[in-house]
Design a protein around this ligand. Structure first.
Ligand code: ADP
Ligand code: MG
Length: 357
């Protein structure tokens, strides 16, 4: 897949901007606060249908404007497509001129892999960051997963409200929520486990030249025993009820999932250097690209927001060399980071963008 053009209107600090991208390397450079990440944010809309930076989409509308528009042309299996997002009080989406009713209809249609400095801390951070990584990865491959996930969190919220409620009658509804959580939960856990197995089958073969420690991901489900067995989950939800009422939250389920990464059998979170942890994340991300390619037949475009400055020179070059045969859109403050890499160069300054070569 390849993003050919992006047009913005009243999006973040842009009045109007159009970028015509090249099929391989695209470098967007400029000083801090000029609008580079805003472009990455707009591009990521194409994949997820929403902002990864703010949950309130209205915040992406340029201050003082009524609406924002993101439009893009992309080529998939050599067929040209067009997608349009219109953000005002409400959001609407059109794919090739046809209104799209549900977000889940876009997800999985356009595959894009994003890589931001937050991902570099994937290993060091708490489990929520790792669950997010798995969720966005699996959602791209299986849109039904995304739907399950949304349903699961809705049901979880209901159960937690019951736990917090002082009304004793509410407690009688808990078995309904338990049933639903067990059913959706086991599906989510199974898909997460399958995704981790898939990554394990790729991660040690996606790069050359990097550290060659053997990496293994280990799934840590928020459920004991057989995750595929709904009855098992149900039993645990029932058994934890007393404790859950005391703590006013649900203690069992995939919302408590995590995974660990072992490097030559040592836990990389505890024993890996910062450099080793970062190489590991690069490999994770490249595995994600390979798995998407296997599923769709095409490498997804890769968005790299300001991560090059976070890597040492050796890893920076190795990483770029290991991304082959796909479109990459890179932002950086200094194009010198890339020496004389061939590609399309765009300069961003105060909400304007201009191709310079
Ligand atoms: N809704 C908005 N309307 C206008 N400007 C905005 C809006 N949201 C963010 N900005 C501006 O966008 C700029 C940051 O852009 P960003 O893409 O994050 O910069 P960088 O080039 O450092 O990646 C800031 O100057 C910020 O004030
Ligand atoms: Mg930025």
């Amino acid at each position: 897949m390849y993003i050919k053009r992006l047009s913005l209107k009243n999006f973040r600090n842009y009045n109007e901007a159009t970028l015509e991208f090249g099929p391989e390397k695209n470098i967007i450079f400029g000083l801090n606060g000029q609008g580079k990440t805003n472009i990455i944010e707009a591009l990521y809309f194409l994949q997820s249908g929403r902002s990864y930076r703010s949950t309130k989409e209205k915040e992406t509308i340029k201050f003082g404007s009524e609406y924002a528009r993101i439009e893009a042309e992309f080529e998939k299996s050599e067929i040209k497509n067009n997608i349009l997002f219109f953000i005002s009080e409400k959001k609407s989406v059109k794919l090739n001129g046809v209104p799209v009713g549900r977000l889940s209809q876009i997800i999985g249609n356009i595959n894009i892999v994003i890589f931001t400095p937050d991902h570099l801390n994937l290993i060091k951070e708490g489990p929520a960051v790792r669950r997010n990584f798995l969720d966005s990865f699996i959602s791209q491959l299986k849109p039904s997963y995304f739907k399950n996930l949304i349903d699961y969190y809705k049901v979880l919220k209901h159960r937690n409200n019951v736990l917090k409620s002082k009304n004793k009658d509410m407690l009688s509804t808990i078995s309904v929520w338990n049933e639903k959580l067990a059913s959706l939960g086991s599906q989510i856990c199974e898909m997460r486990k399958a995704a981790i197995d898939k990554i394990n089958s790729k991660i040690n073969n996606v790069t050359s030249g990097f550290e060659d420690e053997n990496l293994v991901l280990k799934y840590l489900p928020g459920i004991k025993g057989n995750i595929a067995d709904k009855e098992n989950i149900l039993k645990q939800l029932e058994e934890s009820l007393e404790k859950d009422i005391e703590y006013k939250m649900t203690s069992v389920g995939p919302h408590r999932d995590d995974f660990e990464i072992f490097m030559d059998e040592k836990n990389i979170k505890k024993f890996g250097s910062q450099g080793q942890q970062r190489s590991c994340v690069l490999k994770l991300k490249l595995s994600e690209c390979e798995i998407i390619k296997e599923k769709t037949g095409e490498m997804p475009p890769i968005l790299l927001d300001d991560i090059l400055s976070e890597l040492d020179e050796k890893r920076r070059h190795l990483f770029i060399e290991n991304i082959k045969n796909t479109q990459v859109i890179i932002t950086c403050t200094d194009k010198e980071f890339l020496k004389d890499m061939a590609g399309f160069y765009f300069k961003v300054e105060k909400g304007t963008v201009k191709r310079i070569n």
